[in-house]
Design a protein around this ligand. Structure first.
Ligand code: MRU
Length: 356
């Protein structure tokens, strides 16, 4: 998608270096950063210079390419793969991408391994673009149905950033919105700010602005009253891990939005590529929920009146702070899952019907 009228992807490989858009600097600075080593990739994932389930999966895949480039040695590669998987715990895409790479590289000789690794990492990225595009085409039909009934602008609420910045291109939750906009369907997006890191305000609103899509940032607690007032026609969110029974683990606060949606008969959709499905864990209590540094809550960063980036403390410095990054929305609150293969019920039957 576009930034300043120019098309970008979130990650690409050029001259033996992985290029990323540093998302910790958006929306105030647009910086393309070089990742030269596997340690750089691990650090980019941990510090959230790259974030969003599909993008951290692709970054891990390219991280293994950098690892081979640094030292063409099996034990270094194995160590790199473990460190990449452990760099963030909740999104299943990390393990999915690393496992796929390691399977592809198993038994490959030292002479060919770099080229095979690069080709596979690129295939993972290309496949994600295709999946996200198809998620968009499948979700477009739902938006069009609402637009045809309503004969007016469709108001869509989204949480966090499941936009193109969270993937390689298109996004998951935003892909149906981009397709609708490109087809001339009138849409307006309510963007949850998404405390504490404000991925909604800083990234989703930013990317929608760049594509010319009307949107309004709201504080995280505002969605409920908007639904009661009939000002939300549908919710679409992304996911970091979807269980085979249709339970959805996504950015903290998603669950509360789903409850409000249920109470107000607002359809609640979850958009995902199949790389986000965890076929193994059966009980959502077994999903590792990331707990991040408390400073992400107690400090905020932004531009001061002199246009200088500043980080300031907003809480009492003695207060204890807890920063859980994800929650789980049980399948019963999910109207349907929008995937690259079609739209299905959030259930074992629904997912197996499409993918097994
Ligand atoms: O902590 P983040 O910013 O990586 O969390 C991102 C989300 O929760 C997204 O909704 C999810 O990864 C889906 S991305 C298409």
């Amino acid at each position: 998608m576009k930034i300043n009228g120019q098309s970008y992807r979130t990650i690409w490989f050029e001259n033996n270096v992985v290029k990323i858009i540093d998302q910790t600097k958006l929306p105030h600075q647009f910086i393309i950063k070089d990742l030269k080593t596997v340690k750089d990739s691990i650090n980019a994932i941990k510090t959230m210079e790259v974030r969003g389930a599909p993008l951290i999966g692709a970054t891990a895949a390219y991280g293994l390419v950098l690892s081979i480039n640094e030292k063409n040695d099996l034990s270094f590669l194995k160590q790199s793969s473990e460190e990449l998987i452990n760099s963030r715990p909740t999104a299943i895409n990390l393990k999915w991408a690393v496992d796929r790479m390691m399977k592809k590289l198993s038994g490959v000789n030292n002479k060919d391994i770099f080229n095979i690794a690069l080709k596979e990492a690129q295939a993972i990225a290309e496949e994600d673009v295709e999946f996200c595009k198809n998620i968009g085409l499948n979700g477009l039909k739902i938006i069009e149905e609402i637009a045809n009934k309503k004969k007016d602008t469709v108001n869509i609420l989204t949480h966090c950033n499941a936009g193109w910045l969270a993937t390689i291109d298109w996004g998951t939750a935003t892909s149906p919105i981009y397709h609708a906009h490109q087809k001339g369907v009138k849409v307006h997006v309510w963007v949850d700010e998404t405390r504490p890191r404000n991925q909604g305000a800083n990234l989703t609103s930013y990317e929608l602005n760049e594509e010319g899509i009307p949107n309004t940032i709201i504080a995280d607690n505002t969605g409920g009253i908007l639904m009661q007032r009939g000002e939300v026609d549908m919710c679409i969110v992304g996911t970091d891990r979807t269980l085979s029974n249709g339970d959805v683990c996504n950015k903290i606060g998603t669950y509360l939005k789903a409850l409000a949606a249920k109470d107000n008969n607002v359809p609640f959709y979850v958009a995902l590529p199949s790389s986000t499905i965890d076929w193994n864990i059966k009980d959502h209590k077994d999903i590792p929920i990331e707990e991040r540094n408390s400073e992400e809550l107690s400090y905020v960063e932004g531009l001061d009146k002199n246009n200088k980036l500043q980080k300031i403390l907003i809480y009492p410095h003695k207060s204890k702070v807890m920063n859980l990054a994800f929650d789980v929305t049980p399948a019963k609150y999910v109207t349907a899952l929008i995937t690259e293969k079609g739209v299905c019920e959030a259930s074992e039957q629904g997912l197996e019907g499409l993918f097994k």
